[in-house]
Design a protein around this ligand. Structure first.
Ligand code: 5GP
Ligand code: MG
Length: 198
């Protein structure tokens, strides 16, 4: 099996054909993630350890996996899952927590790792939820930010806001982000062709 290197790479081609354009390559993402990890490591070096890193499932799984390896402080890792009862393309403003964190975050510094902030509903809800659990601070680190679509002002009371890239107002997939649960394994972030979802 392994020696038959003349075989064409399966499947990737088909997914690539659904992408209208690449916004950030694998290398560009890796470089930016390393910078964010280094910023977080500097900003929290004097805080009492460990930091609690909470990924918003499922979209942030790759970003979380990569960024924790660029943070040089002790960390605990957990995930939280939110359902937004939207169309699948956007949230409708009433996010519900369907899988809560298991780690006790009381008196700990928390960083929420998110794939993309769009309207802001999901993160606003998560920030309040985690603050109510008694975290010392709740910060947000989102890989992408679509400020053009923000309808809710995210109030970060005792934390910081990190973002990887400003995203244009297009529907994007790859590097963890999906459409109908597909495309998460693309190594880059690209704009999905509208004919795929229209
Ligand atoms: P918000 O509550 O900020 O409107 O929604 C954030 C969530 O909507 C993200 O976590 C993501 O799941 C989804 N979302 C928003 N824009 C996009 C996009 O361009 N692509 C994908 N795959 N998901 C998106
Ligand atoms: Mg998400």
């Amino acid at each position: 099996m392994g020696s038959e290197h003349h075989l064409a790479e399966p499947k990737r081609m088909e997914m690539d054909e659904h992408i209208q354009g690449i916004l950030w390559t694998e290398k560009e993402i890796a470089d930016r993630v390393a910078e964010l990890g280094s910023d977080i490591s500097k900003d929290f070096q004097d805080c009492s350890p460990p930091l609690v890193i909470i990924g918003v499932a499922t979209g942030a799984f790759l970003f979380l996996a990569d960024i924790v390896r660029k943070i040089t402080l002790p960390v605990m890792v957990d995930f939280i899952k939110v359902s937004s009862y939207g169309s699948g393309m956007e949230s409708n403003g009433s996010p519900q927590i369907c899988n809560d964190v298991k780690i006790d975050i009381k008196d700990k510094h928390v960083i929420v790792i998110e794939d993309i902030v769009d309207t802001g509903h999901t993160l606003s809800c998560l920030i309040s939820h985690l603050e109510e659990k008694g975290a010392s601070s709740v910060s947000v680190c989102t890989l992408l930010d679509k400020p053009a679509r923000r309808t809710v002002v995210m109030k970060i009371h005792r934390g910081k806001f990190y973002r990887g890239f400003e995203c244009p107002d297009n529907f994007v997939v790859g590097y963890g982000m999906d459409y109908a649960e597909l495309y998460r394994n693309l190594p880059y972030i690209g704009i999905l062709k509208p004919e795929i979802y229209e």
